[in-house]
Design a protein around this ligand. Structure first.
Ligand code: ZN
Length: 273
């Protein structure tokens, strides 16, 4: 009690001193009133918020309750995992996927949270094992979902089945053990795959092999066809030094094209509606 009292007295003395040493008010009476931070009374959510390095982060509202299935899982034509390049939908939805995990940018978590966007992460064991907590935080605190991208990022095409299975299942096992949930989606490195890749991915328990229809590099969104993003596009970017520029370029492009990024899992791996 005495110590608290002493601390309080010291704090008050400090405040008094600070006030006492303040310069006299200048005769300029028209000084603006001090600005105070108040909670907005409006219920309209912001469309943008300040981001890292003086940037502006576009904010997206969830168009439906995330975590609910929007479609049946894609059909398998031959009993093996289907290959998905884009999502068939009449809704203005797009999907952001972020690969590898080579550079763990410190602003990534806050950017995802600020934008209110939940990316899908296709991660390699060799990168995640350098700092599993970084990726677990993206999953737990930004609701990003972690998926498989092989252990060591080899070109799978033409490799023996056993080699591919080890790369794919081993990666899924590692992510399940060190990040959390069992990955449901798989993306082959470089987008290269063959029949053995689909067999191995099937045997490892995946629901889809995911490709992409647009990419972000050096802060520029690149389209495979046309000059804009379209509903159902799957966009690829990477964990790089340019994470902020790349992620913001994607978000701004979505706003411009009237699209909302939603979780890929809701279209590909959620339980059937
Ligand atoms: Zn990759």
């Amino acid at each position: 009690m005495r110590r608290i009292g002493a601390a309080l007295a010291a704090a008050l003395a400090l405040v008094a001193t600070a006030c006492g040493t303040e310069p006299e008010a200048t005769p300029r009476a028209a000084a603006p009133a001090p600005t105070t931070t108040t909670t907005p009374t409006t219920t309209t959510p912001p469309t943008a918020v300040p981001g890292p390095g003086g940037t502006t982060v576009p904010v997206f509202q969830h168009p439906y309750p995330y975590g609910t299935a929007r479609a049946k899982p894609p059909a398998s034509p031959d009993g093996l995992v289907p290959v998905v390049r884009r999502i068939e939908t009449d809704q203005p939805h797009v999907f952001i996927t972020i690969d590898d995990g080579a550079v763990r940018h410190p602003a990534a978590l806050e950017l995802m949270r600020s934008a209110n966007v939940r990316p899908s992460l296709f991660l390699n064991t060799k990168h995640v094992q350098e700092d599993p907590a970084y990726f677990k935080a993206l999953q737990d605190r930004a609701s990003a979902q972690v998926h498989a991208h092989t252990a060591n990022h080899p070109n799978l095409q033409g490799k023996p089945y056993e080699f591919q299975k080890q790369e794919i299942c081993g990666n899924a096992d590692y992510l399940q053990q060190h990040v959390g949930a069992r990955p449901r989606l798989f993306r082959p490195p470089f987008g290269n795959y063959d029949a053995n890749t689909r067999r191995a991915a099937t045997d490892c328990g995946f629901t889809a092999l995911v490709m992409w229809t647009a990419a972000v590099n050096d802060g520029v969104v690149q389209f495979q066809a046309g000059g804009k993003l379209n509903a159902g596009d799957v966009v690829l970017m990477h964990f790089r030094q340019t994470f902020v520029e790349d992620f913001l370029a994607f978000l701004e492009r979505c706003k411009r094209d009237g699209l909302t990024p939603v979780p890929l899992e809701d279209y590909l791996s959620a339980p059937r509606p």
